[in-house]
Design a protein around this ligand. Structure first.
Ligand code: 5CA
Length: 438
């Protein structure tokens, strides 16, 4: 992408309304624009990161055996009346009436909708196990939308729903999602600790939140200090029994604050960490809660009809954009992990009216594309300082700076955004260096 042809409305001033780093940086880097409280437009840079995160989530869901579908944002009230949640959900639900006076709602979650799909099509246990997911916008009329997209009213969620014949098999489905979440967050460069949690309006009796540590996080968390050194990258495959893997993680104490009882905590004061975190995922097992209420039954091996056992599994896809920035930034701006970066490398031409610089920058840009990278070329007619600051701000992992001084010696400067390390090398070596960090 040529920056001269891109839409990157960076802000010089720090927006006053933004209280935390990720919100400030997303506004300054031209990633989002507020439409109304808790509702945002995603501009090209923001949309690109959002898509990259969604794609990692999608790949890991598929790998775990879940099947992608797409359910609507607008749902009929009837199915929520059947489950009993239409009244329970309260003011957070945005209720809509259509021209025929039918009660509709903008979905805050999809347990009812997916249970309705299931009961219309599945009759036998032979179709099980089944796990259906989608990546779709949700609306919750939060009392206090804040921190930008971190607690929005409209937000993008991946929500998966598992269907199994009995509680043991449902536990296997839960374990698969548990492990897939560890893999998903690790791919994004995040350390997300699974913590026992309350089930809230989703219901059920087993639930884990996946929480990344951040001072500005909304959740208070308590956990054994060994978590700080724990290796959360799992190399297991889904054909083995995952219970020991899940046990290994759940045996080490970690609780979201509502589940932490200081009087009955097994961890000694000296080993207990009390910090803040951001909930990026939440998984639930709730058995027959929706299937029994809505008549989602299957014929078991003995021919008798039984309600299926279900679980639901959410990831805050749009929240993750903010979460990753909270975990990875400095005073100059964002530092994207390569896996979610909007561009792999920025080629910065410091002097757009210099022929040697321009031909070198253009040549590098073309070669990076041919090599399969996604480069950004800063070909704008701007002050060098402004260019360097903008590229630091938007957090592209590598920078190749082409300037008249270096060109005299046939070198460019390659800078790693995270470490700040810079070297002067030939354009060919720069290409090799950037391409070897895939
Ligand atoms: N149906 C279940 C699981 S699919 C469910 O809705 N779970 S949830 O309520 O915990 O939401 C799942 C994830 O969505 C959360 O872990 C969080 O990362 C994200 N999320 C929830 N509310 C918001 C919000 N207001 N703004 C941004 N992300 C949110």
């Amino acid at each position: 992408m040529r920056l001269s042809q891109y839409f990157l409305p960076v802000l010089k001033e720090t927006p006053k309304e933004a209280q935390i780093a990720s919100h400030r940086l997303m506004l300054r880097a031209g990633m989002i624009q507020q439409s109304s409280a808790g509702i945002y437009s995603w501009l090209p840079l923001g949309k690109k990161v959002l898509d990259r995160i969604a794609q990692i989530v999608r790949e890991e869901q598929n790998r775990a055996g879940a099947l992608e579908i797409m359910m609507p944002t607008i749902q009929p009230a009837e199915i929520w009346q059947e489950s009993g949640r239409y009244d329970d959900y309260g003011a957070e639900m945005l209720r809509i009436r259509d021209r025929h006076d039918r009660d509709m709602l903008y979905g805050p979650t999809n347990e009812e909708q997916v249970t309705d799909i299931f009961r219309n099509h599945v009759r036998s246990y032979k179709t099980l196990p089944l796990n259906l997911y989608h990546i779709q916008w949700k609306f919750r009329d939060e009392v206090r939308p804040r921190f930008g997209i971190m607690r929005g009213r409209e937000f993008l969620m991946k929500d998966a729903y598992s269907f199994d014949l009995d509680a043991d098999r449902a536990r296997e489905a839960y374990n698969r999602m548990f492990v897939s979440y560890l893999k998903t967050f690790a791919r994004m460069g995040l350390t997300a600790i699974p913590m026992e949690a309350d089930t809230g309006p989703i219901g059920g009796d087993m639930s884990h939140e996946f929480i990344i540590l951040a001072e500005t996080g909304e959740s208070g968390v308590y956990f054994h200090k060994d978590w700080l050194a724990a290796d959360l990258v799992t190399s297991v495959n889904y054909d083995e029994d995952l219970q020991p893997v899940v046990d290994k993680f759940t045996s080490l104490y970690a609780r979201a604050d509502e589940k932490h009882d200081p009087d009955n905590c097994p961890v000694s004061d000296g080993d207990l960490m009390s910090l803040r975190g951001i909930e990026v995922g939440h998984i639930f097992y709730f058995g027959e809660k929706y299937s029994a209420a809505m008549g989602a039954t299957v014929a078991g091996p003995d021919g008798a009809n039984v309600p299926v056992h279900m679980g639901s599994y959410g990831i805050g896809v749009s929240r993750l954009v903010g979460g990753i920035i909270e975990a990875s930034h400095d005073d100059k701006g964002i530092i994207w992990p390569r896996a979610v970066a909007p561009f792999d490398v920025a080629v910065i031409n410091l002097k757009a009216d210099d022929e040697t610089c321009t031909s070198c920058a253009e040549d590098l840009y073309a070669k990076l594309q041919t090599a399969g990278a996604d480069p950004l070329l800063d070909d704008r007619d701007e002050r060098p300082g402004a260019k360097l600051a903008a590229i630091d701000l938007i957090g592209v992992p590598w920078q190749i700076v082409v300037g008249p001084r270096g060109m005299k010696n046939g070198v460019v400067e390659v800078k790693n955004r995270r470490t700040g390390e810079a070297v002067e090398i030939s354009p060919e070596s720069a290409l090799t260096m950037v391409m070897s960090d895939a």
